[in-house]
Design a protein around this ligand. Sequence first.
Ligand code: HEM
Length: 431
Amino acid sequence: MSLSHIDLTDPDNFLEGTPHEWFTELRNQDPVHWHEGSTGAAFWCVTKWQDLRDVSRDPKLFSSQQKGINMPNPRMEEAMRRRAEEAGTSGPMAAMAEQATEGGGGGFPIMLMMDPPRHVKFRRLVQRSFTPRYVAGLEPHIRDLAKTIVDDVVGKGECEFVTEVASELPLQVICEMMGVPEEDRHDIFEISNRMIGFDDPELGEDQEDRAMASMGMFAKAMKVAELYRDDPQENLTSFLLHREADGGKLSEIEYSAFFLLLCVAGNETTRTVTTNGMRLLIDHPDQLQRLVDDPSLIPSAVEEILRFEPAVHHFRRTAMQDTEIRGRKIKEGDPVLIWYPAANRDEEVFEDPDRFDVSRHPNEHLSFGIGEHFCLGANLARLELNAIFDEIIPRLRSPELAGPTRRLRSNFINGVKEMPVRFEPGERTNG
Ligand code: HEM
């Protein structure tokens, strides 16, 4: 059967939800599929669990640096090429433009888009703040924040779940870790929304707005740097400013790019998983009841939410030489996209993969990636998700949708912009 009806390049096709049926077709009929989409972008789609692992674990063969980690986008590349000409040859704007004209990667110093050995040197700068031990030290505070967030809505019996519940915890936690003052946190939230909403007309006019949003984050990074340049503290911004990565301190643009990565990655993903998790529990009341009856299942429910609706749809790699995956001949320079929702429902690995089961075990989902770029924030994200669901499950009782859910128009992030939720009103616990 032909797979020509599938178009993963058009973000409209993700508006009603992740197109899981398409991923099932791809996995079963052509697991390493050459895809030509309506935007003019063409790339390999890797949809099997084992292949996603193999590609992610071989950064020499499948580079994140060569052309970046986003889906090729001929229209954006053309728009940014024009912008590069206007911007001249120096400064952050030119670097942004160069990034885009190179297809999203070349030369732009963001760790997610670096290959080893450079990647390792950058990652080491902040790694210690994300170890299980370090993160465990944050637990009492994170649990307290989660309690307050639920306290603030529980009496009302209704809330806009995305902004009032899901966004708050990751935003506050990453901003505290970065040393971002309270008055700047709302801006960080707005800017990172625009950065991931680059395909959503409500959040940006067109692809060029993403670059403008990055510039806003760079300005914020410089403002926060002023606080710690002469007065370093125990926070990530101070580490970025004062530790040495690749033979010296970070340049201004390296520092700003790192700041941007930590703010965006620490914000959007965990919020998305929290929102999708709430939705899954509303849609599967039997599974929700199991958690109410036995909260010790919450950690495995969090893993199942991560598996069932991963926050990130795909990342891209670029083949560095001719090679083969499952017998398909990949040419040097070809874009290779790894699709997390597809790998997470691989029937060779997961029993009854389309069933949402809060006690699923084992559950080796790949939602945090694997290998060289394995999510730096995975321990932190797991703690935040457990903390918030530990508050939500017993306290926001009988939840249901209270209005239409509005999804983010994106084939990159599985996001939700708005989700009104109603529940039985309850009591505050933090006074
Ligand atoms: C549920 C929440 C999260 C999900 C689903 C998630 C997912 C991912 C994935 C799939 C990657 C791999 C990218 C690749 O292979 O190219 C990644 C990398 C990364 N994540 Fe997360 N993430 C989450 C939360 C966080 C948090 C809270 C932070 C905190 C700062 C964070 C920081 C990062 C960073 C810095 C990288 C790049 C690592 C590197 O290049 O070495 N993430 N994340």
